[in-house]
Design a protein around this ligand. Structure first.
Ligand code: BGC
Length: 691
């Protein structure tokens, strides 16, 4: 297994924010953007904590960022060695995807700066930094400023209503109390040699005499703790601790890759993009946390650090197949937040569990009623994602069902999974309206968010029935079972028309028949919110009926896949990064292997060089795109390899794109490792081994 690094040379100020996302490191709990030590909040330095949220006044509640533990500024006389002010002779940065290690090297004539950082999985709350200065061709007298920057980059902050900095020796302790009165601390232990050290407001300052070719190292161990008694909890770290923790971290990552890695022989570009996608999954999956994975991973506060259907429909399947313990902890999050879903249903007058469209620690709804602002006027636009995107509850049941199918771990059902299913079933029944003997699910929004408040939405109704049927499959209670059966047998499902097409919602065919480019021309700016124009037309934001066909592939045949692909493809904007992987999978299943390949590449390169939306109207929505990363994995496994999961096993129906000579991957099914090897002619060999 060879996993190339992500590497970039040179420096372009316009890439700072983008590289911050691209070179992200994390461990599913903490995330640190790929920024440089001299950067400030202007360059979006952020140490993001998953699972800790705060609300400042009336602004959106979001995940919190901590102070930057490792700010370094180097000066020689009056010359500053900050890349923002001083152009280097050579600049390089890399992300070791195999070991989740960030590295940077900036060379000036006089000196070279190198730094690295990683966030281990072994110690959940820790992040480690190393910074090295080398004097190049003469002795140097330097001044170093080093420490903790409490001027935090925040979108809807400030989140710390009180901030206290304590300083003892080479240790700096930040104690913050959020607006919601949570006590969060960051303790930063620095290791460096200096004679006279001054300290001011989080920053050490000292002079350094560096001999020609001499090297000078600085280390930092930063620990984030909630409600901790820091002096008791934190060990004293040494330089040897850095090496020890780094070695263990490397081994840990190598183990994670063992099952997750996929070999795409003959296509280096695709291989690299897929490795990069899998890297992003690996730095997000942490079985020890039940805080789930936000839509922008650990890259910051965009989308409020909230959890969407992205997790259950895209990411959970990746973990179910490669690391079921992580999948289990992601599902546990939904069990733990059932209370919030029950409360939301009650608030809107329904029974059961109405999961939050944007969910945080409590499971209460974090999605604003005005989730988008008009780019030109700055006026908030009323959206109904919160109240009407009800498919989220069914998506959660779907993820539980697939997890149980693949792992045979029925204990998740006793641990609360079955309660989730029952409450979701009750919710859909109470949401539906009985009309001429049929239960209709009206006034909702499918994955295509451009058409709000529509009736008989295909994705939603099919998934709602699936959720109720899944509950029936696992439960014993006869009375409840009968009630659910009556609903399931009589729910109205949009039918296939004479051409095998499923109408996305009632009245969709009557919408203006224009294509994506026509709507684009109607916008005054690419960053305008598309929904306003697209809603009048057949143009959709993302895979909707196509997503339904992917999820419920057992219920439809190839003719249906093909007819719907042909029909919806020209109308799909792919305005969400979640769209292209779904199209890739169906394209593979109908034999459109070139499109399948292109859509896979689009999904896998979203954060590398892919085109993505950074703005929705006036709201910044940049960051990493883990659902798209997971989607590229699914495009290969469910698309190229044609894996179909069933209650009694699985089947493969490969269709390799031309560029790929062979495909090899592993997944865990029923506690055994499945080794899959698919040849160019789509013949394949499966071998099984013990875990
Ligand atoms: C998409 C949603 C997705 C959300 C978070 C939106 O743009 O339409 O489907 O859940 O982004 O990724």
């Amino acid at each position: 297994m060879k996993i190339d690094k992500l590497e970039k040379t040179g420096f372009d100020k316009n890439n700072i924010i983008n590289y911050g996302n691209m070179f992200l490191v994390g461990n599913g709990h903490l995330g640190y953007r790929g920024t440089y030590e001299e950067y400030t909040k202007e360059q979006m330095v952020s140490l993001n904590v998953v699972g800790l949220y705060d609300k400042y006044k009336k602004s959106w509640r979001e995940s919190i960022n901590m102070p930057n533990p490792f700010k370094v500024l180097v000066k020689c006389l009056d010359e500053s060695f900050s890349i923002l002010e001083n152009e280097p002779v050579y600049n390089y940065q890399s992300l070791d995807l195999e070991h989740a290690l960030f590295y940077r090297k900036t060379e000036y004539k006089e000196l070279t700066i190198e730094s690295e950082r990683f966030i281990p999985f072994i110690d959940q709350n820790l992040i480690l930094f190393k910074y090295t200065i080398t004097a190049n061709d003469k002795d140097l007298s330097l001044n170093i400023k080093l420490g903790t920057d409490t001027d935090i980059y925040e979108i809807n902050g400030p989140h710390f209503r009180t901030k206290k900095l304590l300083h003892r020796g080479k240790k700096i302790e930040f104690r913050g109390r959020t607006n919601e009165l949570r006590r969060v601390s960051e303790i930063n232990q620095y290791i460096f040699n200096a004679k006279e050290i001054e300290y001011d407001n989080g920053m050490f300052s000292f002079n350094l005499e560096l001999k020609e070719n001499g090297k000078y190292d600085i280390y930092c161990f930063s620990t984030i703790i909630e409600n901790g008694d820091l002096d008791i909890d934190i060990p004293k770290y040494l330089v040897s601790s850095y090496k020890r923790i780094k070695n263990a971290h490397f081994k840990d990552l190598e183990n994670k890759w063992k099952i997750a890695h996929i070999e795409l022989k003959g296509d280096e570009h695709a291989q690299f993009a897929l490795n990069y996608s899998i890297y992003h999954m690996l730095i997000l999956g942490n079985e020890r946390f039940e805080t789930s994975i936000p839509a922008r991973g650990v890259s910051g506060q965009v989308y409020k650090g909230a959890i969407f259907w992205d997790t259950e429909i895209f990411m959970v399947p990746f973990f179910t197949l490669t690391n079921p313990k992580v999948a289990r902890s992601l599902l546990k999050y939904r069990i733990n937040t059932l209370k919030g879903a029950l409360a939301k249903a009650k608030e809107y007058g329904y029974d059961g569990a109405f999961y939050a469209w944007e969910s945080q620690d409590t499971g209460l709804e974090a999605c604003s009623k005005y989730n988008i602002t008009d780019r030109k006027t700055g006026k908030p636009i009323r959206t109904y994602f919160n109240e009407k995107q009800i498919h989220i509850s069914a998506d959660i049941v779907y993820a539980f069902d697939k997890y149980v199918q693949v792992t045979s771990d029925h204990s998740i059902l006793d641990d609360g999974g079955l309660d989730v299913m029952k409450e979701v079933a009750k919710f859909f029944i109470s949401y539906s309206k009985l009309d001429k003997g049929k239960y209709h699910i009206n006034d909702c929004i499918g994955p295509d968010e451009y058409h709000e408040r529509v009736d008989d939405e295909a994705f939603t109704t099919y998934l709602a029935k699936y959720a109720v049927d899944t509950c029936i499959k696992y439960m014993d209670d006869i009375d409840l079972k009968n009630k659910f059966k009556e609903f399931s047998e009589n729910i109205y499902l949009p039918k296939l028309n004479d051409y095998n097409i499923i109408e996305q919602f009632k009245g969709y065919y009557k919408k203006e028949d224009v294509k994506v480019e026509d709507v684009r021309l109607r916008l005054s700016d690419e960053n305008d919110y598309w929904g306003a124009e697209a809603s009048k037309t057949r143009v959709i934001k993302q895979a909707d009926v196509i997503a339904l066909l992917v999820l419920l592939n057992n219920q439809f045949n190839k003719d249906v896949f093909k007819a719907n692909f042909d029909f919806y493809y020209p109308y799909t904007e792919h305005g969400s990064s979640l769209s292209s992987s779904m199209y890739s999978i169906i394209a593979s299943l109908v034999g459109y292997s070139d499109i399948a390949y292109d859509m896979f590449i689009k999904s896998a390169t979203i954060d590398l060089d892919g085109k993505k939306k950074e703005w929705a109207g006036g709201i910044y929505i940049g960051g990493t795109h883990p659902a798209s990363n997971a989607g590229s994995y699914l495009s290969v496994v469910f698309g190229f390899a044609g894996l179909i999961l069933k209650d009694d096993g699985y089947t493969l129906n490969p269709n390799l794109p031309d560029k790929i000579e062979s495909l090899k991957f592993k997944f865990i099914f029923n506690n055994k490792i499945q080794n899959i090897c698919i040849n160019r002619d789509n013949t394949y060999v499966i071998t099984e081994e013990d875990l």
